[in-house]
Design a protein around this ligand. Structure first.
Ligand SMILES: *Cc1c(COP(=O)(O)O)cnc(C)c1O
Length: 349
């Protein structure tokens, strides 16, 4: 049997600046004061890729990692010992508990049901999530007196802020509720702040912070602007250039009409790659300092751009999407979280 032919290089890629991930972690660790910063690496490190994020985070000094699902554990285990990993969704079956024990990772227990599952399977070090007002995951404060909690070996006692990216009374209310809980429940470490929570100041840091978004370039609160570097840039190759005569239109629906003859390029990136139709007629790419606006609707696999400002561009040349997350979010109406986690399989490579 002949071996599979070697694939040519791809025509699109997500550029990931590992140095920026490391710098962002160091900034967040330093903003966390005496607390350690961990890292949320769920959802394939917010679309950046666990295989690219983990080495940068470990190099920078990060030793605590959070995933959401059990299926996300094996890839992280390829980089770090199980005792450094917590699984936020917790166990929903004895099989989950057995897996946690074998892999040596900590489940985050989010309900009395999960507490009993874990204890019935043999117990051991775990994390405990208490809900202080988000009503998502976590035990209610009034459930904390339940005897099922007595034998628990709580490593990290946690809660999660629901409105830390906005100003308002909710974060302070949650902080005060969490302080009461920290005083009542024995634990090794306490943890409250996500990226935005870190920006709220040292009161919110406790022993361990849990940034995700800001590690990958997201500006979770204005205080972080200037301290967080952009990490991801979608890049695409030009697969065709053409001159469109005045009066004709470009793309599906003919939504862009050419006023005078225009040099355009067709890029090998589209909404199937996570470059959504929200960018239609609004986005831009760059070649060096030259800005190349998106023309008309984004297609599934392709996007048209105006290259009149860079007529030297040709098939095979590469351009970078403008992807500053804060600006991209206000331009498209997508959140910075969505802009990161959207990236499709062809783009992630
Ligand atoms: C995802 C998640 C984080 C990280 O939040 P960011 O807003 O991305 O910093 C922290 N804690 C919990 C419980 C999470 O689910």
């Amino acid at each position: 049997m002949p071996s599979d032919p070697a694939l040519p290089p791809p025509a699109l890629r997500l550029r990931v600046d590992s140095g920026a991930i490391a710098d962002n972690w160091r900034s967040l660790d330093s903003l966390s004061g005496s607390a350690d910063a961990g890292a949320a690496v769920k959802a394939d490190a917010y679309g950046v890729g666990v295989s690219r994020a983990m080495p940068a985070l470990l190099d920078a000094g990060c030793r605590n990692f959070f995933v959401a699902h059990w299926c996300e554990v094996p890839e992280v285990l390829g980089h770090v010992d199980g005792s450094s990993i917590a699984v936020l969704h917790g166990p929903t079956s004895p099989a989950d508990c057995a897996y946690a024990r074998e892999a040596g990772v900590r489940p985050v227990l989010n309900s009395l049901h999960q507490v009993r599952l874990w204890q019935n399977s043999g117990g051991g070090a775990c994390d405990l999530m208490v809900d202080t007002g988000m009503n998502r995951l976590g035990l209610r404060p009034e459930e904390l007196g339940d005897a099922a909690l007595d034998p628990l070996e709580v490593d990290t006692l946690m809660s999660h802020l629901s409105c830390a990216d906005e100003d308002g009374p909710q974060s302070a209310r949650q902080l005060s509720a969490f302080r009461d809980i920290v005083a009542r429940i024995p634990h090794r470490r306490a943890s409250l702040a996500n990226s935005a929570g870190i920006a709220l100041g040292p009161d919110y840091a406790f022993d361990l912070t849990r940034p995700g978004l800001a590690l990958y370039g997201g500006i979770a609160r204005p205080e972080l602007a200037g301290r967080i570097r952009q990490v991801v840039t979608p890049q695409a190759a030009i697969i065709q250039t053409r001159t469109v005569p005045a009066g004709e239109t470009v793309g599906y629906g003919g939504t862009f009409r050419v006023e005078r003859d225009m040099r355009i390029a067709i890029l090998s990136i589209g909404y199937a790659d996570g470059y959504l139709r929200a960018w239609s007629g609004k986005g831009a790419f760059r070649h060096g300092e030259i800005v190349l606006p998106v023309l008309g609707r984004v297609s599934m696999d392709m996007t048209a751009i105006d290259i009149s400002a860079a007529p030297h561009l040709n098939e095979g040349d590469w351009v970078d999407a403008e992807y500053d997350l804060a600006q991209a979010s206000s331009c498209t109406g997508l959140t910075q979280y969505e802009l990161l986690t959207l990236s499709g399989p062809r783009l992630r490579g």
